[in-house]
Design a protein around this ligand. Structure first.
Ligand code: UDP
Length: 323
C-alpha cells in the first residue's frame, strides 16, 4: 500500500486531497497545525484504518515514522486576508516548511509535489498566463509574503530536484472553489455567498472590472493527481480558463442565491491583480487534463454545501480565530 503525507491536510484543498487518496487506496497521513485548517473537514476520515492525523506545524522539524512514497505540501494560509493577518507564518511555511518536506523526502526517497500558485505571476502583464511567464510581483506589498514564499518554494524544490536528484512536481493553482472553503477567509466566493446568506449587501472591491477564472475543486484534484503520477518536473498550471469579471461573478451569486441584496463597491485592495486566466496548454498536452465542471454546476454544489451547514458550523466558520 502506497503511503502519502499531505501537509495542510485539514484545509480546503488538503482535505479534498485526503479524500481522493483514500479513495485511490493509499494510506494517508494528514498534517496540519490548524491555524487556518479545520478538523471538521477530515473528521469523517478519523474512523478509517488507513488515515492518520498529525497536529503539527510543518515549519518545525517533521518526524513521520515508516515509509513514504509521496509528500504533498499544501500547508499555507491561502487568502489575502489570512496572509495579511499572519504574514510571518505565511513566509515560514513556504520556506522552512518546504525545506523540512524536501529533507524528509530525501530520507524517505519520496516524490514531492508542491502547491504553488498563480500568485507567482503577480499582477500579470501577459494574459492568459503560460508557465513560461516570470511574473510581475511586488515583494514588499501586502501579497509579497505569500507570492515570494511560493516563488522561493518553487526555487527550493527545483534545487532539490537538480542538486539531489529528488523527484519533484510543481502545480500552479489558480482560483479554486468548492465545499469546505472557510466562510471568513475573505476570498470572494465565501464572502459573497456568506453575505447573501446573512442578507447583507455583496462587497465588490473596486469597480469589479478585475477578472478571475474559477476552477471547481474536483477538477483541480484530478489535475494534481495526474501531475503527481506524471514524470514532468517543471511547473504546470491547473485552473479553469473560463474568465469572468468580479462584477459579473457577483451578479451570478445574486441570481443563484435569490438574495434581494445588491453589489456595493468598496476600495480595491493594494496590488489586487487586474486579470487572471490560466493558459492550460501544458496540462492538456502533458496530463490529458482539462476542467469538466462548469461554473453553474460548481457554484450550485458549493451554495448547497454552505446552505446545509448548521447554525453552529456557520458561527464557528465565521468566527474561527486561532490567530
Ligand atoms: N473581492 C471582492 N469582494 C470580496 C472579496 C474579494 O470584490 O469581498 C475581489 C478581490 O478584490 C479580487 C477578487 O475578488 O479582485 C478575487 O479575490 P480573492 O481574495 O478571492 O482571490 P485573489 O485571486 O485576489 O487572490
Amino acid at each position: 500500500m502506497k503511503r502519502v503525507l499531505i501537509t495542510g491536510g485539514a484545509g480546503f484543498l488538503g482535505s479534498h486531497l485526503c479524500d481522493r487518496f483514500i479513495k485511490e487506496g493509499y494510506h494517508v497521513i494528514a498534517m496540519d497545525n490548524l491555524i487556518t485548517g479545520d478538523l471538521k473537514n477530515i473528521e469523517h476520515l478519523f474512523q478509517l484504518e488507513h488515515f492518520e492525523f498529525y497536529h503539527h506545524d510543518v515549519s518545525k522539524f517533521i518526524h513521520v515514522p515508516g515509509d513514504l512514497d509521496y509528500i504533498l505540501h499544501f500547508a499555507s494560509p491561502a487568502s489575502p486576508i489570512d496572509y495579511l493577518k499572519i504574514p510571518i507564518q505565511t513566509l515560514k511555511v513556504g520556506s522552512l516548511g518546504i525545506h523540512n518536506c524536501l529533507g524528509l523526502a530525501r530520507v524517505k526517497k519520496a516524490r514531492v509535489l508542491i502547491a504553488s500558485t498563480s500568485e507567482v505571476y503577480g499582477d500579470p502583464n501577459v494574459h492568459p498566463q503560460p508557465e513560461e511567464y516570470w511574473g510581475n510581483v511586488n515583494p514588499v506589498g501586502p501579497r509579497g509574503v505569500y507570492d515570494e514564499a511560493k516563488r522561493f518554494q518553487e526555487a527550493m524544490t527545483m534545487a532539490y530536484h537538480t542538486y539531489h536528484g529528488l523527484e519533484t512536481r510543481i502545480v500552479r493553482i489558480f482560483n479554486t472553489y468548492g465545499p469546505r472553503m472557510r466562510l471568513n477567509d475573505g476570498r470572494v466566493l465565501p464572502a459573497f455567498i456568506g453575505q447573501a446568506l446573512r442578507g447583507e449587501d455583496l462587497t465588490m472591491f473596486g469597480d469589479g472590472s478585475q477578472t478571475r477564472s474559477f476552477c471547481y475543486v474536483d477538477d483541480l484534484v484530478e489535475g494534481i493527481y495526474r501531475l503527481l503520477l506524471s514524470d514532468y518536473a517543471q511547473p504546470v498550471n491547473i485552473g479553469n480558463p473560463d474568465e469572468i469579471t468580479i462584477k459579473e461573478f457577483g451578479e451570478e451569486i445574486i441570481k443563484l442565491t435569490g438574495t434581494s441584496q445588491k453589489l456595493i463597491s468598496l476600495p480595491l485592495p493594494t496590488d489586487d491583480p487586474k486579470q487572471r486566466k490560466p493558459d492550460i496548454t501544458k496540462a492538456r498536452s502533458i496530463l490529458g487534463w482539462e476542467p469538466k465542471v462548469s461554473r453553474a454546476e460548481g457554484l450550485k454544489i458549493t451554495y448547497d454545501y454552505f446552505k446545509s451547514l448548521s447554525k453552529d458550523d456557520l458561527f464557528r466558520m465565521a468566527h474561527h480565530k486561532t490567530f
